[in-house]
Design a protein. Structure first.
Ligand SMILES: [Zn+2]
Length: 199
């Protein structure tokens, strides 16, 4: 379950020049500015606008923005301009941006690592590969002779990259196959080699 919603903080209160629409007393009106923000799991995500509430300090009448007289609304607009959105209200968006950037960097580092390792494979290395039919499986290197890489293929395939580690505990074919380093390089270019794992 995702908990989300909006909250508001009280940002500013000031006396304004208007008289009270209820009791007509001059110089008794207070205007409040509230800033609303969206939160997900109580982490502020982004601001969603301001609202105002007026109160007469004499007769105590409270008016929400849509109940205010045009003159009170003008006072609210003028006051709202002086109130800045606090930067912490963007915390969620900032975290999201940091997460995406970190993900992009991690992906790039991984792909550089793969491109290096396919020229330097050793017995026991495990290649995470994407096959033509969008299935994923593991290839385990059994030996390397010159430019020929011998491997056995995992007996199982899955349709999602995220579960590929589960295949490590599964059996591999007993029959060895062989692939040239140049072909591995082509596979890497087509982004069919997702990772190379070495213990
Ligand atoms: Zn009043």
């Amino acid at each position: 379950m995702i908990v989300y919603g909006t909250k508001a903080i009280h940002q500013k209160v000031d006396y304004i020049a208007d008289s009270c629409p209820a009791c007509n007393t001059p110089n008794v009106m207070q205007m409040n500015v509230f800033q609303r923000y969206a939160h997900i799991f109580w982490i502020p995500f982004f601001p969603v606008g301001k609202t105002g509430v007026s109160q007469c300090t004499h007769c105590k009448q409270v008016l929400k923005f849509n109940q205010m007289t045009p003159s009170l609304k003008m006072s609210y607009y003028n006051m709202k301009k002086q109130v800045n959105v606090p930067i912490w209200m963007f915390a969620g968006l900032a975290l999201l941006a940091i997460g995406i950037t970190a993900g992009v960097i991690a992906d790039r580092n991984k792909s550089q690592k793969v491109s290096k390792m396919i020229f330097n494979l050793k017995k026991g290395d495990i290649l995470d590969v994407k096959m033509k039919d969008n299935a994923f499986t593991l290839l385990k290197v059994t030996k390397v002779v010159g430019d020929s890489v011998f491997f056995v293929q995992n007996k199982f395939q899955i349709d999602q990259e995220s579960g590929i580690d589960d295949l490590k505990s599964k059996e591999y074919d007993t029959e060895e196959e062989v692939v040239a380093t140049a072909d591995l390089k082509n596979m890497d270019k087509k982004e069919q080699i997702l990772d190379v794992e070495r213990d």
